[in-house]
Design a protein around this ligand. Structure first.
Ligand SMILES: O=P(O)(O)OC[C@H]1O[C@H](OP(=O)(O)OP(=O)(O)O)[C@H](O)[C@@H]1O
Ligand SMILES: Nc1ncnc2[nH]cnc12
Length: 192
């Protein structure tokens, strides 16, 4: 990034390669938080990765590279939204927010699921968008136990969509999320 005189906006060249891999950016910038949100959980917070221009670009590049043939990108509430919009823009598709419960006006399709630290429910609109036959890439920041991605996949499938694959930035291998996905393809850019 180049800076002009003080007070002028930074100039960003979108074509310039950052030179840093997604793996290096995630390792450099991920904030690991012990006992969050509950005791015993070591939480991977990728917020600093996305707030870093090189980091954000490298993870978007990585997700786009594994996206495959899809016509819609869906992001998981909440950090998945930051990724899905960028990936969709690069792929030339639309973007769908898969929301946590209570955020969307009815009617909705919903699905409960279990995470490392509790239970939750995901929802998508049941009106206004026809997902029948749509090929959807699911995008999120972290694959941990797999409960979120599994529920989102089942939710989209129940609405008639096809989910050829999911893609995440970071996979926490010890939490065995991949097994919970029951063989459904999931690309992860970085595994810890
Ligand atoms: O593989 P799993 O065990 O299901 O966990 C992965 C999910 O957990 C985190 O989200 P969280 O539900 O904490 O929500 P947030 O993005 O709103 O913080 C993360 O962003 C994933 O969406
Ligand atoms: N350890 C963890 N870090 C980030 N997101 C998570 N979701 C579930 N477990 C998580």
């Amino acid at each position: 990034m180049e800076h002009g005189p003080v007070g002028t906006p930074a100039v960003i060249d979108p074509a310039r390669p950052t030179g840093e891999s997604a793996g290096a950016a995630v390792e450099r910038l991920t904030r690991w938080c012990d006992d969050f949100p509950v005791s015993g959980v070591r939480f991977a917070d990728l917020t600093p990765v996305f707030a870093d221009a090189a980091g954000y670009r490298s993870v978007l590049d990585g997700l786009v590279a594994v996206a495959g043939d899809v016509d819609l990108v869906a992001g998981l509430d909440a950090r998945g939204f930051l990724l899905a919009g960028g990936v969709a823009l690069r792929l030339g598709t639309g973007v769908l927010a898969v929301r946590k419960a209570g955020k969307l006006p009815p009617p909705v399709h919903g699905r409960e699921y279990v995470l490392e630290y509790g239970t939750a429910r995901l929802e998508i609109p049941a009106a206004g968008i026809d997902l029948t036959g749509r090929r959807i890439l699911l995008v999120d920041d972290v694959l941990a136990t797999g409960g979120t991605l599994r529920a989102a996949t089942e939710l989209l499938e129940s609405a008639g969509a096809v989910v050829p694959a999911a893609a995440v930035v970071l996979e926490i291998v010890a939490l065995a999320g991949r097994a919970a996905l029951g063989g459904r393809p999931c690309h992860s850019l970085v595994q810890v």
